[in-house]
Structures are given as structure tokens and as C-alpha cells.
Design a protein around this ligand. Structure first.
Ligand code: FAD
Length: 396
């Protein structure tokens, strides 16, 4: 792999940076960035929607897709540059659900599905929520029990999903349900796209430990979804799911967000003193900051490597898993270290006049723990790396 950007990539990166620098100026007063915060209140959601609309107008939501579906046929390196620029500027113009669903559609969708959904997705018209996990099916997702039964031109879905991020703001769901209970777990699943306003969907708020409303439980009671909304073949939904899961895990933009957070933390240490001494002169603080800086740089290089791999082989599994594992654990480390350096003031919530850096790191401390679980826990990622990356025997 060549780690240098081409002339075109450098020019595109400059265009992204200039655009997102301006978009950042429109952020709500208490905006701290991050994926979850967009769902927390109306003001944040409106900002997110306007950023998505503006990025869509530029044709930037679909950079790697074929031109016929609204894409630009660029590689995942350009996609990574876009994500990094947006996240560095804390502009919510990235929709991970769009990447997940589009990867499944591009790999397995019929022409009809591609023509109906991808152009609308590239225009930013669709906000999906991901209905995969269930109360008894998370790491072992293939054991899910939500049932879909054929009925004329439709399937009727019954069951419960959990941890559905942003379902209370979304206008569509992507659902994995069991269509054949008589075959091996992974064989009898089907992948549906569905308008959230159809009858038979109930969304219940699920408060996170910091009391934010980001997650939900979703209940299906005789939800009728047309057959034409199935992605891939009936009973082949596991592979559509896996095609998307990979793109949930590569997380190139998150590293740029961390880099920005680090810059804020370093600046904070330069400007604040403890026991009469600048934090920036405290050897313990300096060592911690230096260590995290090195880790972020490692993660950044790995993200480019994953993007390059995904451009060549979208089915590369262990590299995105390694990126996800490394990056989310690093996020926990960064946020805990920041609060530790800030002392008790660092634990104050956004909204308190004493909160430091808008309570950003206090919020991150709570949110990042969930990131090591969402999209497959750290243990799951290690299992994938051992099995698919190192060729070790698969655990039953
Ligand atoms: C913040 C957050 C957001 C989420 N958003 C969504 C969403 O939008 N949509 C959605 O569908 N889901 C979502 N999820 C669900 C997420 O995918 C699951 O929580 C995750 O896959 C783990 O499943 P589980 O919670 O059932 O835990 P379990 O699978 O019960 O695991 C419990 C513990 O056992 C460990 N474990 C399990 N199996 C193994 C094994 N074979 N080897 C070693 N250790 C193992 C796990 O690592 C974990 O520590 C979200 C979760 C979180 C926390």
C-alpha cells in the first residue's frame, strides 16, 4: 500500500476541509460532536439533518457507489478522507447506517432494490435505524427469533428488537428476521427494508446510563412488509447482514474525532495549573498525552490500511474487526485519561457552569463504554481476528 495521497485525493481532502470548517460554525451552542448526540434533542437533530442535506447536495454521501445510483465511483480511501474531515470538524455528516445498508444492497440487492433505494439514500432522504439485536441475540446474532411469515405479496413480522440506535428519529428500519426456523441458524434469515410509519411498529425509549435518549426497544406486532423490500434472497439475509457489519466496524472518521479531542486536551493542559504548576509540565500528564498520541497515529494508519483493503476486497473481515477493537478501546482510554487529568471538575456534566470543555469528556466516558459493545463486542472482534485473520480453529 502507498500511504501517500494522489494529487486528486489531496484536492478533494482540501475541498472537504474547507466545507466542514464552515459547517462547524453553524453547530448548536452546546454541540460536542459524536454519533449519539444527534439523537438527543431536536436542535441537535435539526443540525444533523441540515449537514446531511448539504453533504448530499455535494454528492458526498455516496462517494464509492456506482454512478448510476448517485455515486462517484471513488474508492474507500476517498470515503475515509470524507469521514475524517467531517469528524475532525465535529460535523455530523456521516450516517453509519447508510454505509451498512448500502454495502448490503450493493453486494446482494436486485436491480429493482438498487434503483428504488440507493438514489434516495444518496440524496439523504432516508434515516435508517438498525433492527438486528434482540434481548437474547446479540453476540450470537444468528440465534435471533423475530419471525417473518410469508403472506401473499408481503411478509408479516412479529418479535422484539433492542438497543435500536436513533429509532425515535429515523424514518426507515432495516430488519433481520427469521423466515425459516427449520434450518441452521444463519441459513433461515431474511433482510427487510421498511418504512417506520407502517402499522405494527412500536418504539419504546431505552435510556442510556447517562439518561440520554439515543437507544430504543422496537416491537413488531403483525408488521406487514412488502416482498419487494427484501434485500438479497429470502433466507440469505445473514450474508447481507455481514456485508454491512464490516462497514460498521471500519470507523475511519472516529480517529479524526479523537485527534481533535486530543488537541483540545493538550490545549487544556497548557492553559490550566494544578498545585501551582501547569498541567503541561507535569511528567505524568505529559507521558499519558504522549502515549495516547502514538496510539491515535497507529489507529489512523490502520484506518487507511482498512480502507485500502476494503476497496480491493469488501469481504476483508479481520482488518475492520481489528480497527473496531483498537479504536473503541482507545476511545475509552482517551476519555478516562482526560477526566483523570481534569480531576473532579472533569466529572461535571454539560450544562454545569463548572463543566470543562462543555463536559465533552464526561459524556465520552459514559458513551465510549457502549462503543466497545455496539457493532459487536471487543471479545467478538477478537474471536473474528483469531478465526478469520489468524486461521485458528473456530470456537463452537
Ligand atoms: C451503545 C450500543 C448501541 C447499540 N446499537 C445497536 C443498534 O442500533 N442496533 C442493533 O441491532 N443493535 C445495537 N446494539 C446491540 C449490540 O450489537 C449488542 O449489544 C452486542 O452485539 C452484544 O450483544 P449483547 O448485548 O446481547 O451481549 P451478549 O452477547 O450477551 O454478551 C455478553 C458478554 O459476553 C461476551 N461474549 C458473548 N459471546 C462470547 C464469545 N463467544 N466469546 C467471548 N465472549 C463472548 C460479550 O463480549 C459480552 O462481554 C447496541 C449496543 C450498544 C451497547
Amino acid at each position: 500500500m502507498d500511504f501517500n495521497l494522489t494529487t486528486e485525493q489531496k484536492a478533494l481532502k482540501a475541498e472537504f476541509d474547507e466545507f466542514f470548517k464552515e459547517e462547524e460554525k453553524r453547530a448548536p451552542e452546546n454541540w460536542i460532536g459524536g454519533f449519539e448526540t444527534r439523537f438527543e434533542n431536536d436542535e441537535n437533530w435539526e443540525y444533523y439533518r441540515s449537514c446531511i442535506d448539504n453533504a448530499a447536495k455535494k454528492g458526498w454521501l455516496s462517494l464509492p457507489w456506482p454512478k448510476q445510483y448517485g455515486g462517484r465511483e471513488l474508492s474507500y480511501i476517498e470515503q475515509a478522507l470524507f469521514a475524517q474531515s467531517a469528524e475532525y470538524h465535529r460535523v455530523p455528516a456521516i450516517d453509519v447506517h447508510l454505509s451498512i445498508v448500502s454495502a448490503g444492497i450493493l453486494a446482494f440487492g436486485s436491480d429493482e432494490i438498487k434503483n428504488e433505494w440507493l438514489p434516495r439514500m444518496s440524496k439523504g432522504e432516508i434515516d435508517f435505524a438498525q433492527c438486528w439485536s434482540e434481548p437474547n441475540a446479540g453476540s450470537d446474532l444468528a440465534s435471533l427469533t423475530t419471525k417473518a411469515v410469508e403472506d401473499g405479496d408481503d411478509y408479516i413480522i412479529n418479535g422484539q428488537k433492542i438497543w435500536t440506535t436513533g429509532a425515535h428519529r429515523a424514518n426507515h428500519l432495516f430488519i433481520v428476521a427469521r423466515t425459516n426456523p427449520d434450518v441452521k441458524n444463519t441459513k433461515g434469515l431474511t433482510y427487510f427494508l421498511c418504512d417506520i410509519n407502517l402499522p405494527g411498529i412500536e418504539i419504546r425509549r431505552l435510556d442510556y446510563m447517562n439518561r440520554a435518549h439515543v437507544y430504543n426497544e422496537v416491537f413488531f406486532d403483525d408488521l406487514r412488509v412488502p416482498k419487494k423490500n427484501i434485500v438479497g434472497d429470502v433466507n440469505n439475509g445473514w450474508y447481507v447482514t455481514m456485508a454491512g457489519a464490516n462497514f460498521e466496524r471500519s470507523g475511519a472518521g472516529g480517529i479524526a474525532a479523537m485527534q481533535r479531542d486530543m488537541e483540545d486536551l493538550v490545549q487544556f493542559c497548557k492553559e490550566h495549573t494544578r498545585n501551582g504548576q501547569a498541567l503541561s509540565k507535569d511528567p505524568m500528564v505529559r507521558r499519558k498525552l504522549a502515549q495516547i498520541t502514538v496510539e491515535i497515529e497507529k489507529a489512523r494508519q490502520w484506518a487507511y490500511w482498512v480502507s485500502w483493503q476494503q476497496s480491493a476486497d469488501p469481504w476483508a473481515f479481520s482488518e475492520p474487526s481489528a480497527a473496531k477493537y483498537f479504536m473503541t478501546e482507545l476511545l475509552v482510554h482517551l476519555s478516562n485519561t482526560a477526566v483523570e487529568i481534569m480531576g473532579l471538575y472533569g466529572t461535571l456534566k454539560q450544562g454545569s457552569k463548572w463543566a470543562l470543555l462543555k463536559g465533552k469528556f464526561e459524556s465520552m466516558c459514559q458513551a465510549t463504554l457502549g462503543f466497545t459493545i455496539a457493532g459487536g463486542s471487543s471479545e467478538t472482534q477478537k474471536n473474528i481476528i483469531a478465526w478469520m485473520g489468524l486461521g485458528l480453529p473456530r470456537m463452537k
